[in-house]
Design a binder for this molecule. Structure first.
Ligand code: IMP
Ligand code: MG
Length: 180
């Protein structure tokens, strides 16, 4: 995988440190919610971030996964997200935190936020590991952001290209020749 990456944008040590401070921000925000949270991770991109983040969160939580597909195998967004797996678990009257890998155009998150709002949670917030600048509509709310990055296609730490590189431990930019 190293050979396929042109440059590392975020090193694993940087990532670990930020996930810890981000978890502290999230924990502080939910300190008064005694019934705990329902985390809604968006598969599959969020899995590594999810695993690191929730082990730094001290409160009780349930996990209710959803799976969507926006651009299967390609690096440009094509149309509306498609639901591959419905929300597994009840979020009604629960404090819900959506967890996703990256906010790009915001289509994925808007879709999931609307789906959850219809189910009447007690509250709804969103945490993303990465955010690209300027492409998401200004009214799309994310409450917690790990890193703001340049508008580049990145892989690793859960993010894929053609379903590969999710296990790459850093956030890297793929070599241009590998992109379509
Ligand atoms: P959005 O719906 O355009 O905000 O895109 C969000 C989804 O697209 C993310 O959950 C990722 O799965 C994928 N995505 C967006 N940008 C990248 C990238 O740079 N690398 C890998 N996946 C990406
Ligand atoms: Mg993805």
């Amino acid at each position: 995988m190293d050979d396929d990456v042109a440059r590392i944008l975020l090193h694993r040590e940087q990532i670990q440190a930020r996930v810890r401070t981000l978890a502290a921000e999230i924990a502080a925000g939910y300190a008064h919610h005694e019934r705990g949270l329902t985390i809604v991770p968006i598969l599959a991109g969020s899995i590594i971030f999810l695993a690191d983040l929730i082990r730094e969160l001290p409160m009780k939580m349930k996990i209710a996964v959803v799976q969507l597909s926006t651009y299967p195998g390609r690096s440009v967004t094509a149309g509306e997200p498609r639901i591959l797996m419905e929300l597994a678990g009840d979020v009604r009257d629960r404090h819900v935190l959506i967890v996703d890998d990256i906010l790009d155009t915001g289509r994925t998150l808007r879709h999931v936020q609307e789906m959850i709002r219809r189910r009447e949670p007690a509250s709804l917030q969103t945490a993303v590991f990465l955010r690209k600048p300027g492409k998401a509509p200004p009214d799309l709310r994310v409450d917690f952001v790990g890193f703001d990055i340049e508008d580049l296609f990145v892989v690793g730490y859960g993010l894929d290209f053609g379903d590969l590189y999710r296990n790459y431990p850093h956030i890297g930019v793929l070599r241009a020749e590998l992109m379509p």
